[in-house]
Write a protein that binds this ligand. Sequence first.
Ligand code: NAP
Ligand code: HSE
Length: 437
Amino acid sequence: MIEYRTLKIALLGAGTVGQQVAKLLLERTDELAGRIGAGLELAGIAVRDPDKPREVELPRELFTTDAAQLIHGSDIVIELMGGIEPARTLILEALNSGADVITGNKALLATHGAELFDAAEQVGAQLYYEAAVGGAIPIIRPLRESLAGDRVTRILGIVNGTTNFMLDRMDTLGEGFTEALATATELGYAEADPTADVGGWDAAAKAALLASLAFHTNVPLDAVYREGIEDLTREQVDRAHAMGYVVKLLAICERIPAPDGGEGVSARVYPALIPRTHPLAAVHGVFNAVFVEAEAAGGLMFYGAGAGGVQTASAVLGDVVSAARRHVAGGPGVAESTHANLPVLPISAAITRYHVTLHVTDQPGVLAEIARIFAENGTSIETMQQSTTSDGGDGPTATLVIGTHAAPEASLAATVAALRRSRVVKSIAHVLRIEGA
Ligand code: NAP
Ligand code: HSE
């Protein structure tokens, strides 16, 4: 029988994900030891209430409320408490004690990542976070390792399962926003306070992590442009459907031209139209997917369960094996690469396409006036459809559906602002961006 050294693991949190991690660590002790070349001992689990009933039966003697004490003397610390504090302080304590840390806490990494990665680098420890984006989907390690020799140009991600579930119901079942949110809440996908999901905050935190990793640049959460799906109507989704598009909440990370002629990074989250032929259009329900475009590799799609206790535990366990193997091999951890240090550009610098639906006065010269507004603001029209709608009491009205060529967001925004001011425009029904076309 092989004698392994034993690595101590401290688990902080035994909620949806933490208790599944504990279960797998206890069930797979021998199998994991064989893969790692070292034994793993779950030294303890820090929670708020050790006596709280849990879905998974775990030995009572493992539970403690003293997270700081548990960290002391551990080789690997797994943080699955969520939130900013005390998670941040505990992770810093763990890293400073030389432990490797594993976390699924995208909100913390997107706001305090630089501080935490610096702390890890100072002591030669490593911070792993595969579970922070896309739940079970391997996307952090592929970006960090498999694609490290390539040049990622763009990432389009469906990284929030709750909103994807809602948009899918709106698209396939004709539900409205309120009805779709009620279903998501009833099925336990949406939180009691759904702001982080429907407001795009959760997706923005994930975009910050993906952009930082893909472009070797620190991209904090407040540099990510964000719009949620709260104002999206069933009519917009129906219209998109009829035009051959589907609406998805996308996390978009791109290399784009910077004003100095060099390169910059754009990171943004908003509901956008994608062609029904795009691989991301086939991502239904609560599933997540990340579509990565790299110069040599071309397009790559990473797809799977974006959340869920046991699914996310799979990603955490992968990090545990990596951290444990690193302890066995010795040597310092691999620091987070931010060497490119590209400027993170505002939304006005993004290059995108618009899909605008407007109601206009139906009389001679109106199309010419609309075309003039687009031209004057540097936006080229790609497609235009006109249908005559009934006179609602304020004279004959036509509906125009206009698709634009790619243009800087600043030009598109100026075009829409000028349309709003125009005397021939009665109302702007919808403005959505087009991506992935
Ligand atoms: P959760 O169900 O809310 O569980 C949180 C756990 O942390 C609970 O066991 C809680 O203790 C403990 N905890 C919270 N604050 C604490 C404190 N101050 N001191 C000690 N213990 C504390 O969370 P979760 O859904 O498992 O998520 C954990 C992390 O994984 C989050 O960062 C989340 O964003 C991330 N994540 C979750 C999913 C998912 O599908 N749920 C997917 C990907 C990533 P008690 O049990 O005693 O209350
Ligand atoms: N609330 C997230 C979602 C899961 O709906 O995808 C964890 O990131």
